[in-house]
Design a protein around this ligand. Sequence first.
Ligand SMILES: [Zn+2]
Length: 163
Amino acid sequence: MVHSTWTNGRLAELYEDCRARYWSNEPVLRSYRIERGIGDPAQRGWDPDARVIRIDPADHTSDRELCATVLHEMAHVVAGQSAHGPRFWEQIEYLLEQGAPVMLKTGELSGCGATLEAPIPERFVLARQAFEPDAGRGSGNQDGVRSRATGTGRKRRRPYYGE
Ligand SMILES: [Zn+2]
């Protein structure tokens, strides 16, 4: 895994690259900046009042993971939604269509202060496919695999993203 040093300057380059590549028609992203958010975890994520996205590079085990977090926060900005509601998922689905390095893990989804209460609506097929529950959190999926393999027909536990 590659984990390089993320200065504010490099974060800004990554942000600009993502903006130009995926959201060149979204003026709202031009009014935001990105910075290292080390220290208070409550300060991380996107801050609509200060118009800043704060990322703690140390929270990430690879550059790809860090990039996924930046895209996640940018999706919140474009959606104008701090929760994981339909407007947020529209952006994630769009990114997945573009082949963007989005990661949808339980920790990733709960880490920004938004909780897991919001289901991924069924129409966001790519987002639902891309969802990877963290080990220990995804017992619903493991049950599903087991019941298929053994043919017991045991009722699957509903995954958190629901209907
Ligand atoms: Zn989020």
